[in-house]
Design a protein around this ligand. Structure first.
Ligand SMILES: [Zn+2]
Ligand SMILES: [Zn+2]
Length: 149
């Protein structure tokens, strides 16, 4: 069973000791609970915390992410994916790109936006969702703790 690594966002087969074969981090247990940055799926059900996903500071700012749900291109890291989407817009204009798109609004504070410190993200084409590495303070205020107990 492939599982989503909460650290590197890769879909991996966990090793027998629960480690991720890609980034070597422990995918289960206390290590995950205490980690600063972990994957959160967007869009989410319920109200988002008004906190920056990158640093956990309070913010009312939202940043819109638009990604094309393609099959092959979705394997690109988020920044490259965004760049190629931008290129497509520039080359073909917005009308030519008719694939499914996903738009999510994610709280990113001014400072992180200016420093371009937006955490890495990954598009899950099949599910139509996006994963962002989110700060622990943000995660603690999520409406429904996904898988947490
Ligand atoms: Zn990993
Ligand atoms: Zn921030």
């Amino acid at each position: 069973m492939l599982e989503q690594c909460p650290y590197c966002l890769g879909r991996v087969l966990p090793q027998s000791d629960g480690g991720c074969p890609s980034c070597q981090m422990q995918m289960t247990g206390d290590a995950v609970k205490n980690a600063t940055m972990l994957a959160v799926r967007f869009p989410m059900a319920g109200k988002m915390p008004c906190m920056c996903v990158g640093c956990g500071r309070n913010t009312s700012r939202r940043q819109l992410f638009v990604e094309t749900l393609a099959d092959e291109a979705s394997e690109l890291p988020g920044c490259l994916g965004a760049f190629s989407t931008m290129l497509l817009y520039m080359v073909f204009g917005a009308t030519k790109v008719s694939e499914r798109k996903i738009r999510v609004k994610v709280p990113v504070c001014d400072e992180c936006a200016h420093r371009r410190a937006v955490p890495p993200w990954k598009v899950e084409s099949q599910e139509g969702t996006m994963l962002f590495l989110c700060h622990e303070r943000f995660r603690k205020h999520l409406p429904r703790q996904a898988g947490g107990s």
